[in-house]
Design a protein around this ligand. Sequence first.
Ligand SMILES: *Cc1c(COP(=O)(O)O)cnc(C)c1O
Length: 372
Amino acid sequence: MRIYLSRPDISERDIEAVCEVLRSPDLSLGPKLVEFERAVAEYIGTKHAVAVNSGTSGLFLCMLALGIGPGDEVITTPFTFIATANCIMMVGAKPVFVDIDPVTLNIDPAKIESKITDKTKAIVPVEVFGNPAGFDKICQIAEKHNLTVIEDSCEALGSELNGRKAGTFGKMSTFAFYPNKQITTGEGGMILTDDDDLADMCISLRNQGRGKNAAWLSHERLGYNFRLSDINCALGIAQLSRIDEFKAKRKQVANWYQQMLADDNRLIVPAEADNCDVSWFVFVVRLARSFNRAQRDDVLQKMLADGIQVGNYFSPVHLQPFIADALGCEPADFPVTQAVSERTIALPFYNNLTKDDVAVVCSVLTSALDNL
Ligand SMILES: *Cc1c(COP(=O)(O)O)cnc(C)c1O
């Protein structure tokens, strides 16, 4: 590969922070856990933060803490990473998909109400690719129908809508720290909430159902091990201290792509709405509607053959075989999701991508399009 899709940004100070923990006796449930949780809660502006071993685990614990289970329906988007739906199915509830808005690529607020039934308990919206557009409207609909919002903010650390940070729209929200996210802990996640009881429940559930201040071998409820080690937390603290720099670098890379691809009407290039401050997760362009999936796949192949790592984010969730089988979904069920997902090209995107790298990606993309 000449240019990778994603690369973490690990400094010598990050490495030193991890080594410091390794020289201490506190590898888990130590001071770095508390410090990382406080730092994330403070950055986002919520009362509580509960660290877990992945974003997926975080979403799963939100479902459990809210008591969502068999017989319940949860509204979400089919244009997301699989974890958004898996957490719903893991607790035995039914995901009810709603098509996306063709501009924001987030769940379409105008299509939510017709999917609400007396079984609907919650909505799980996602800031797709880091874009929080439309979240105000989603929250209004949830409030009107008394539905809990569980915000899958895994792609949006640092994004804002009307000055309000992603991670504060839901009753509970979750961030993820896999290596391709804005900040990484290797693996890791964080649940955020202002609710004392929900936070306590998550702390108990991630740690074998132990009660608050209870003895080590006293277990009050069914729990599991979703803990995040202090080794990971130390990396998270060091990474979070650079979030403003990371966000600015990613915005710069996004701007280079936007400038270099602006005049190519064969492409739809993502833009930031006026009321949004996007902390870019990935940079995904789309072929115009006149192109089809085979042509998109052809572009992906040509770029890969030229050493440019690209992806087809997202392959719709409702068409993953086990979900299509369980829920009886068809490709045509969500026409916007289908039309968008058939034409996406996720371009290389990370903090330290240079302007020259971006120019190379754009020229390979342009010649792949010329050859169609
Ligand atoms: C990354 C991500 C997650 C969580 O991923 P983990 O790998 O479990 O940390 C969940 N939802 C979305 C939309 C994501 O992008």
